[in-house]
Design a protein around this ligand. Sequence first.
Ligand code: CO
Length: 131
Amino acid sequence: MKKNQVVGLGIGLVVIIALFIGIVSMGGSKSGDKATTTSTASRTASDNAVSIKSYMFGPNDLKVKVGTKVTWTNEDAVVHTVTADTKLDSAPDSPDMAKNATYSFTFTKAGTYAYHCAPHPYMKGTITVTE
Ligand code: CO
């Protein structure tokens, strides 16, 4: 009789532990989903960023809405610029950008803005701005 009670208690304990592990692992997968959501959000936030790396603008063809601020970052050791092919108040025109320098420009007018790097005219990029 006493032995049966001990066995019953043991089984009860195993069930409780199993339930606890189940709850913990469910919680774990939920926080995994959260981490995925966060990384998606940070990718969206970086959509207005253009890197200048290995003598290339990346992405070299970016589409944004009017009012968007685009930031270029020079990741090369050499000086680059962001220079609109057609000089306009509504088009970007950066000073010389040393390594790690950033240049931001807010597009306020719809249009297609082709640009290049002044010291390296073969470096080309386009920002397409829509309403
Ligand atoms: Co350049």
